[in-house]
Design a protein around this ligand. Structure first.
Ligand code: CU
Length: 175
């Protein structure tokens, strides 16, 4: 009769436990929906571009930042050489740093390396894309396309999701 034991045990489980299980299940489904809505990802060869996003700009602004992650699943390094978009006259990859106590930005010369098997993040306060000479203001909630060109993986068109003006960082969980 020992094979009946697990059944008896299951039945003895307090009812509250099952309700908790159901609540957790529903929560998981809800979270999955939110992730599906927010996360977006693009592929170019061995590279995965995660959640490109930008920020809404105030009227008259001439520049906007662009942020995303690049994961290199390949065994050779690659380089982000250039970026272009209809939203601005030009675009480039910048590095943010502090020089003589002043926050500065400077263009990356020769492209931004993405190490083999590595991941780099373009984010506020670090490497970022600068859309220069905005033709219009990006609006919160919209997406605009831009084309990233890599040395080996080639060109890929991605969509930048526009967040609110005060947004400083996307929640890591959406990746
Ligand atoms: Cu910049």
């Amino acid at each position: 009769m020992s094979n009946l034991l697990p059944v008896a045990r299951a039945q003895a489980r307090p009812r509250g436990f099952e309700q908790l299980g159901l609540a957790a299940f529903v929560l998981l489904i809800l979270l999955a929906c939110v992730r599906g809505a927010l996360a977006h990802e693009f592929k170019a060869g061995d590279l995965e571009i995660g959640h490109p996003w930008s920020r809404a700009t105030p009227p008259g602004a001439k520049v906007a930042g662009g942020y995303f992650t690049v994961t290199n699943k390949g065994s050779a390094p690659d380089r982000l050489l250039s970026i272009s978009s209809d939203i601005s006259d030009t675009a480039g990859v910048h590095e943010m740093g502090v020089k003589d106590g002043v926050m500065t930005m400077r263009p990356i010369n020769g492209g931004l390396e993405i190490p083999a098997g590595g991941k780099i993040a373009l984010k506020p306060g670090g490497f970022h894309v600068m859309f220069i000479g905005l033709k219009r203001q990006p609006k919160q909630g919209e997406k605009f396309p831009a084309t990233l060109t890599f040395e080996k993986a080639g060109s890929v068109t991605v969509e930048f999701a526009v967040e609110g003006m005060g947004e400083t960082e996307m929640d890591d969980h959406v990746e």
